[in-house]
Design a protein around this ligand. Structure first.
Ligand code: GTP
Ligand code: MG
Length: 139
């Protein structure tokens, strides 16, 4: 059993799609073991995406993430990290497979509805940025 970190991004919350996306997550066999709606601060968004700080789209990405509420989540399941990446689909919705969250809901490569951790190390770091262990209820 593995945990991954997920964000339902501003384009999802503003279009009232959090329940529809959660339905896809749960249908895939992933369990939402922690969840909160929040407004990300600018320092939080910069820290979260620090690995992308040299990329040309960094400013746009951070501005987007603070533009409206997000829902941060911890998902649990067998191979949760890889499974959620599969369920999310390709970063660019134009390249995302049928049935994936990004194919179903994303608007563009920037407004692509969800984030999911890309490795076990990053999942740990990302979960710890937004949740304390006693907020994660597995049972
Ligand atoms: P995440 O799960 O969000 O990390 O997506 P990813 O791993 O599929 O993509 P990556 O880590 O390469 O990029 C992180 C995020 O930066 C993406 O999800 C996009 O929201 C954003 N991003 C990537 N490329 C572009 C771009 O060309 N323009 C803009 N505006 N945003 C981008
Ligand atoms: Mg990534």
């Amino acid at each position: 059993i593995e945990r991954t970190f997920s964000i339902l991004k501003p384009d999802a919350t503003t279009r009232n799609l959090t329940g529809a996306i959660n339905a896809v997550i749960e249908k895939a066999g992933l369990k939402i073991v922690a969840q909160k709606r929040m407004r990300m601060s600018l320092p939080e968004a910069r820290r979260f995406y620090a690995v992308h700080s040299e990329r040309p789209f960094f400013g746009e990405l951070v501005d987007f993430m603070v533009s409206a509420p997000v829902v941060v989540q911890v998902l649990e399941g067998e191979n949760a990290i890889a499974k959620y990446r599969e369920v999310m689909g390709a970063t660019n919705p134009a390249q995302a497979a049928e049935g994936t969250i990004r194919k179903l809901f994303a608007l563009s490569v920037g407004e692509n509805s969800v984030h999911g951790s890309d490795s076990a190390d990053n999942a740990k770091i990302e979960i710890a940025q937004f949740f304390s262990e006693n907020e994660i209820i597995s049972a």
